[in-house]
Design a protein around this ligand. Sequence first.
Ligand SMILES: Cc1cc2nc3c(=O)[nH]c(=O)nc-3n(C[C@H](O)[C@H](O)[C@H](O)COP(=O)(O)OP(=O)(O)OC[C@H]3O[C@@H](n4cnc5c(N)ncnc54)[C@H](O)[C@@H]3O)c2cc1C
Length: 268
Amino acid sequence: MAEIKLNSIITNIIKVSESMRIIRVKPDEWNLPPFKAGQFVVLGLPGSFPRISGATEEFKKQDPEKMIRRAYSIASSSTDEYVEFYISLVRSGSLTPRIWNLNIGDRIYMSQKPTGMFTLDQVDENQNVILIATGTGVAPYMSMLRTDALHRKGKIVIIQGASNSWDLGYFSELKLLSKMFHNFTYYPTITEPEKEPAGWSGDTRFIQDIWVDPQFSEKIGFKPEKNNSHIFLCGNPIMINTMKDLLHQEGFKDHSRREPGQIHAEEF
Ligand SMILES: Cc1cc2nc3c(=O)[nH]c(=O)nc-3n(C[C@H](O)[C@H](O)[C@H](O)COP(=O)(O)OP(=O)(O)OC[C@H]3O[C@@H](n4cnc5c(N)ncnc54)[C@H](O)[C@@H]3O)c2cc1C
């Protein structure tokens, strides 16, 4: 059996809601190399680790001797001592029901080379950036804001969609940052307001409906156009595809290293 080395330690677990957690992980006697905000690493646990009792049947039985590995965006900045993740529990999944069984002090595998192109470094700092997320898709944006994005010259907007207000991880930090930085707007929206025990005074529309509302430009202080803005899309593939269709109609183009455009996407 190949040795499974759990090279990192869980140092903090913040329970955002029943199915969302912020987890901090510290490499044990090694250092994660400097990374660009927006990149991801791989977390892993052996198949022999138990899943939480509320998990539903696993799609595929895991080999107890093999490591289950999945990609997770880093939510902390490169200068933090720990590496932070914002993770959503997939009850029918393999890795997340095992992560939910871990406590502070437990060990986990973390890959040693952050990767990914979902970063701001190819966007001119005078351009506006609109960072759109569903659920845990806000994680790479937290890394960007916590690193240096708020010192860009262009405006920054985060639109964060979730089912309910308790699923809006980082809500307080994002609200506070929007009050502290005049170039940053935070725009949360929830889609199941009827479940809110104390009501919700914010937006309740899907992200694509907010985007096509002419008043959206007034609220963020500019009209996003292909010449002045880059759009980042992260999270649910349905949201990403719907937004891409809308943006293509408005003349925005998908970005790749070979063919630069204004739409950057990371599907979870
Ligand atoms: C670049 C990147 C960054 C990511 N960052 C984050 C992040 O920051 N936070 C986060 O929460 N997630 C993130 N993800 C998603 C993450 O990698 C996992 O996919 C997610 O956590 C689910 O993992 P799991 O092992 O629990 O579920 P999985 O075992 O992967 O299962 C997921 C779903 O697929 C079903 N399924 C499994 N196998 C099959 C099959 N063969 N055929 C049909 N259905 C199947 C399962 O029943 C389940 O419903 C990211 C993904 C990518 C690619």
